[in-house]
Design a protein around this ligand. Structure first.
Ligand code: NAD
Length: 261
């Protein structure tokens, strides 16, 4: 339990990858503030589970990552009730797929706010106490789309590429202060979101489950396997260890070979 006494704040962690990070950090003893939307009873259950796992405290913030005031209030609440974040994971994200000349303006703005600007606001609010302590970890959930593009995802690709540049910049600014900043770049990850779209794609394209998985979802993922949430969470935990203190300003691909092509 090497993270006992430390506090982690993870945006977009009421499901999927973010919840995986929260579980893995709590298992190492960290107090955890989770954030995101979803069913209140389920969220209450996650908070109880995380507190029990860490033996410390856990809380949920419903702050909307599109709203800078709410983001600042979330960091302040975390500081007051759990401790200033020693570990900040910027993970909230949404997707919208459309050709750029048909891309809805409101979707562009939402994606840029939730993925990119929220990371600026959380980092700005959390860094001063990390600097004061001389220790901190900022981990961003980028994507293979921080490094390469796919068509019809202009906002997502722009925001995720932006997150890579933001991570490098902050890493340089705090390089001598015991704080590392990295961008984890997953390929296609097995989450309920992915699982739920399989039956529809089978129906609309007249394909078997195996064809949807191998020829549609994993067409560009050479290993033909989804990345597992636990694999990403294990990397985040490693980044918090002293052994990882020289890893900063990097894009860390966990993508089954996607960006080797
Ligand atoms: P998910 O939909 O399960 O999780 C998204 C989380 O963000 C949820 O907790 C949701 O409530 C929260 N969220 C959405 N809008 C928000 C807002 N305005 N304010 C606060 N919280 C908000 O998806 P996931 O697959 O776990 O994705 C997590 C991150 O991983 C995202 O940044 C995504 O781009 C990235 N990613 C996912 C994959 C994949 O294949 N699933 C691949 C690469 C990168």
């Amino acid at each position: 339990m090497f993270l006992q006494g430390k506090t982690a704040l993870i945006t977009g962690s009421t499901s999927g990858i973010g919840l995986g990070y929260a579980r893995a950090l709590a298992a190492e003893g960290a107090n955890v503030m989770i954030n995101g939307f979803g069913d209140a009873v389920a969220i209450e259950g996650y908070v109880a589970e995380l507190a029990a796992a860490s033996g410390g405290k856990a809380l949920h913030s419903g702050a909307d990552m599109m709203k800078p005031d709410e983001i600042r209030a979330m960091v302040a609440e975390c500081t007051d009730r759990l401790g200033a974040p020693d570990i900040l994971i910027n993970n909230a994200g949404i997707q919208h797929v459309a050709p750029v000349d048909e891309f809805p303006e409101d979707k562009w703005d939402a994606i840029m706010s939730i993925i990119l600007s929220s990371a600026f606001h959380t980092t700005k609010a959390a860094l001063p106490s990390m600097k004061a302590k001389g220790w901190g970890r900022v981990i961003n959930t980028g994507s293979m789309h921080s490094l390469v593009a796919s068509p019809f995802k202009s906002a997502y690709n722009a925001a995720k590429h932006g997150l890579a540049g933001f991570s490098k910049t902050v890493a340089l600014e705090v390089a001598t202060q015991g704080i590392t900043v990295n961008n984890i770049c997953p390929g296609y990850v097995w989450t309920s979101l992915v699982e739920n779209q399989i039956p529809d794609t089978m129906k609309t394209r007249g394909l078997t489950r195996e064809q949807v998985i191998n020829d549609v979802l994993l067409a560009n993922q050479p290993q033909k396997k989804f990345v597992q949430v636990e694999q990403l969470a294990a990397l985040a935990v490693f980044l918090c260890r002293e052994e990882a203190s020289a890893i900063t300003g990097t894009n860390l691909s966990v993508d089954g070979g996607w960006t080797a092509q």
